[in-house]
Design a protein around this ligand. Sequence first.
Ligand code: SF4
Length: 81
Amino acid sequence: MGKLRVWIDRDQCIADMICVSLCPDVFEMSEEDGKSQIVAKWRPDESKVGEGIVPEDLKDCVQSAVDACPVSIIHMEPVEG
Ligand code: SF4
């Protein structure tokens, strides 16, 4: 099973929760600053809340958020190897 790197340019998040409503397995709203972040279990580095490595079976879910984010700040790429 391949994996995907997913990241959010959180500085530009307008907190409309579209990614969370489309793909709650991967995205959640931060209680700290009210912006989108990656669900904790997918974060390789707990201090980087906007970065995650997720299994490939969540690709469609993440892609729906990538496509729907109104400010286009969600990104996804395959993890090599
Ligand atoms: S869809 Fe984009 S702007 Fe909206 S909460 Fe998610 S990351 Fe932020």
